[in-house]
Design a protein around this ligand. Structure first.
Ligand code: ADP
Ligand code: MG
Length: 241
């Protein structure tokens, strides 16, 4: 039997004020792989992610994790029970908590969480930072702590919404690479939202190209790059950097 996708989204739809913002979206992420949801600003990427995270309800469609239904017209597993981690650009660290307390945040109480916190801080190359506070860290270091915090509870899926756009160019490449290494080492399936074709080309195993609420093309990065579905897709990829 073939393995089911870690995340499978089928025929998702959502309207705001009778305008279809997410229109028949289907996509999947295999375990240990990165799927990029790529498209221009306003095309419906964040709305799709919010529905998958469970903080918004779809009008239609279904979502399954490892073959188990978590959302359809009659079912909605609450966000905290979906085994989904989130990383957003403005998903800030708690300023009043130390680095170690930030990383421990999602691990619950009463358990011995210290070994997992230490393991995560080592993973992101900040082994001695546990007692520092967020304001004592650079932007890149804060991003790495946010990554450690997001993966500490071992989510099966990580949803990332433009998580690198607040970083300067030089740092961004480094953090992208490190984030990928950490997520691959943990075997996490990643759905990464971006409006930058270069970022998708660099990070994705599969790209789902989105426009006006619809997925217009899905495939391996170089297949999409070399064989764009139409002129608009070709133009979108032409300002790659
Ligand atoms: P993206 O993340 O691709 O930039 P979004 O999913 O944030 O796109 O938004 C898609 C469209 O839906 C936009 O036109 C946006 O204004 C609209 N939209 C998003 N959320 C809401 C909402 N809660 N109410 C009304 N319109 C919304
Ligand atoms: Mg967005």
């Amino acid at each position: 039997m073939t393995q089911p996708p870690r995340l499978e989204v089928t025929h998702l739809a959502k309207s705001f004020d009778r305008r279809r913002v997410v229109d028949d979206v289907s996509l999947s992420v295999m375990p240990g792989q990165v799927t990029c949801l790529l498209g221009p600003s306003g095309c419906g990427k964040s709305t799709t992610l919010r529905i998958i995270a469970g903080v918004d309800r779809p009008d239609a469609g279904r979502i399954a994790v490892d073959g188990a239904l978590i959302c359809d017209s009659t079912t909605s597993v609450p966000p905290e029970d979906r085994s989904i981690g989130l990383m957003f650009q403005d998903f800030a660290l708690f300023p009043h908590l130390s680095v170690a307390q930030n990383v421990a945040f999602g691990l619950g109480r009463g358990r011995d969480v210290a070994p997992r916190v230490a393991e995560m801080l080592a993973r992101v190359d900040l082994p001695d930072y546990g007692n520092r506070y967020p304001h004592e860290l650079s932007g890149g270091e804060q991003q790495r702590v946010a990554l450690a915090r997001a993966i500490a509870p071992r989510p099966r899926i990580m949803l990332m919404d433009e998580p690198f756009s607040g970083l300067d160019d030089r740092l961004r490449d480094e953090i992208r690479d490190q984030t990928l290494d950490v997520l691959k080492a943990e075997g996490t399936a990643v759905l990464l939202v971006t409006h930058e074709p270069g970022e998708a080309m660099r990070m994705a195993d599969e790209i789902a190209l989105m426009r006006d609420g619809r997925i217009v093309q899905r495939g391996a990065p170089y297949n999409i790059y070399n064989t764009p579905v139409d002129l608009a897709a070709a133009a979108f990829f032409s300002d790659i950097n």
